[in-house]
Ligand binder design. Structure first.
Ligand code: ADP
Length: 224
């Protein structure tokens, strides 16, 4: 089966000569749950940007659903990304003035979903994350854990193949963080491929595969 995402020998250099990734190869197969761990400055965010196709490597290949992204225009790539990848961030990145339902609906804007379907799909996604009683709440009326659930609903409303979570429990207390990770793992069991970037070893240990990055290189893999 075609991997959901495949990176081959990726190098990323920033201006000033910083080599943030130094020849990284990583394949994410459908249905996997992977933790990407490493200390601060090791290249995790840079790798996340490549995995999410938000940035292109200086050299090497990134394939999303079998498409070499270097062959796609920015417009084609954002359309493919919008359909195939859902993002979850440490700081939730919800719009303050919008209800939970409207925040989740925005996850459908770039997918070209007709307006008449968006609210129903958003409500269904909020139900999947256990928030059907919070549809009309705005972010400031929700707890941290609830906000992250809204962000997760937004990431999965479009049924993406891959969910990329960047320190998803980093702004939450331990118990709430565990519950959020439970939810991500539930969605993974339902079929969404999951990659979690974290510096928290306890979080990483709950995922079946762990990839450790250090100084821009993959150092060790567990569970492959
Ligand atoms: P992590 O997410 O693990 O903390 P990063 O991917 O952010 O690591 O950074 C890896 C290395 O690349 C660091 O040395 C960092 O300073 C450098 N770096 C990251 N982004 C940029 C940038 N936009 N310009 C120059 N250097 C950068």
């Amino acid at each position: 089966m075609t991997p959901v995402l495949e990176i081959v020998d990726a190098v990323k250099e920033y201006t000033g000569g910083v080599r943030a990734l130094d020849g990284v190869s990583l394949t994410l197969h459908a249905g996997e749950a992977v933790a990407i761990v490493g200390p601060s400055g090791s290249g995790k965010s840079t790798l996340l940007n490549l995995l999410g196709t938000l940035d292109r490597p200086s050299s090497g290949t990134v394939m999303l659903d079998g498409h070499d992204i270097s062959a796609l225009s920015d417009r084609q790539l954002s359309a493919l990304r919008g359909r195939r990848i859902g993002f979850v961030f440490q700081q939730f990145h919800l719009a303050d003035g919008m209800t939970a339902l409207d925040n989740v609906s925005t996850g459908l804007l770039y997918a070209g979903t007709p307006r008449k379907w968006r609210a129903a799909m958003a409500a269904e996604a909020l139900e999947r994350v256990g928030l059907s009683h919070r549809l009309k709440h705005r972010p400031h009326e929700l707890s941290g854990g609830e906000r992250q659930r809204v962000a997760i609903a937004r990431a999965v409303v479009n049924r993406p193949a891959l969910m990329l979570a960047d320190e998803p429990t980093g702004a939450l207390d331990t118990a709430t963080g565990r519950a959020v990770l439970d939810l991500l793992l539930d969605l993974n069991r339902d079929g969404t491929t999951l990659a979690v970037i974290t510096h928290d070893r306890e979080v990483a240990a709950r995922l079946p595969r762990q990839v450790e990055i250090r100084d821009g290189r993959i150092q060790a893999e567990v569970g492959v």
